[in-house]
Design a binder for this molecule. Structure first.
Ligand SMILES: [Zn+2]
Length: 316
């Protein structure tokens, strides 16, 4: 009997054993799953969501609050993250001095453009997403002691593309500046002309350039600030017409994209091609200015230019 119980027990054990064996194998599978312990890591990633941002340049995790306080510039490596037009205006102008112009002006789908999506639905979606009416915000403001006409483009609205409204708002801003004898500052960030508006979009290049010509005739300064990215129709019109052309570090600046140029010219493009630094070396840009120093620099340039203007007026 005893033996039978023993065998039963042993049998029982045997039956348990296989049941036990999978458990260690389970444990064994949890061990290689150590990367799954990195699910713990991904939990860590979950925790900072919305609180931390990974810098694409130095890979550092930056506390969002710190990033915001530093005007969206990485405190570790100075990488310039995109910044919205409202935040930028806030970072540049004296408190409560910004008088916005044409705030309600919105684009019209003149061509009844339909692609994958209609232009009208694209506009509506971007207006909702960005809480902006268009890709540029314009107004008269005070920067330091100087009054200035300021236009700030926003890349998050349809890639900062220039349609009739962007062109019209900037033209009206420049014309107001000419009338009030104010300097113009335009901070660009754009993928170029707005394809949904075809020729109407391209006409804005000539219109804005002409308005700037009248502004220049009055010996009034125009400071163009190029931020990442400033390309195509915008770069080929007002953005490159500044009396002073400034750029943010690392900004991509150009007309056609590097791939198109490479394919057309069949030539190897030099390192750093189309960056602000590359263009500073070759004289297209006058200075590269850190976003955190932009306000102070603009004040100095505006003071310098207004002193020159007063001196010129006194001499004539
Ligand atoms: Zn960084």
């Amino acid at each position: 009997m005893g033996t039978t119980t023993f065998t039963r027990k042993s049998l029982g054990l045997e039956t348990v054993e296989p049941a036990l064996t999978p458990t260690p194998t389970d444990k064994a599978t949890t061990l290689p799953k150590k990367p799954r312990l990195s699910t713990g890591k991904s939990k860590k990633r979950d925790i900072p969501e919305g609180l931390w941002t990974k810098c694409p340049k130095c890979q550092a995790m930056v506390f969002d609050k710190e990033l915001d306080e530093n005007l969206k510039v990485c405190p570790k490596c100075s990488h310039h993250f995109p910044i919205g037009s409202r935040e930028r205006i806030h970072s540049l102008v004296e408190t409560c001095t910004f008088e916005e112009m044409d705030a309600k002006m919105t684009s019209v789908d003149v061509l009844n453009f339909t692609g994958v999506d209609t232009y009208a639905s694209k506009l509506e979606a971007h207006q909702k997403k960005t809480a902006l009416k268009e890709a540029v915000v314009t107004g008269i403001c005070k920067i330091g002691d100087e009054r200035a006409a300021l236009g700030v483009m926003d890349f998050s609205f349809l890639g900062g593309s220039m349609g009739s409204v962007v062109g019209e708002k900037l033209t009206r801003l420049i014309e107001r500046a000419t009338e009030k004898e104010l300097p113009v500052i335009i901070i660009s960030s754009s993928g170029g002309a707005r394809m949904y508006e075809g020729m109407f979009s391209l006409m804005q290049m000539a219109k804005t350039a002409a308005a700037l010509a009248y502004h220049a005739q009055q010996r009034l300064p125009f400071i163009s600030v190029l931020t990442h990215p400033t390309t195509a129709g915008v770069m080929a019109s007002y953005a490159s017409l500044g009396d002073l052309i400034l750029a943010e570090p690392g900004a991509m600046i150009g007309f056609a994209g590097p791939r198109v140029i490479k394919d057309t010219t069949q030539a190897e493009l030099p390192a750093g091609f189309q960056t602000a630094e590359f263009l500073l070396d070759r004289g297209l840009i006058d200075a590269i200015v850190q976003r955190t120093e932009m306000k102070q620099q603009l004040i100095e340039y505006l003071n310098f230019l207004s002193v020159r203007k007063k001196a010129a007026a006194a001499a004539s």
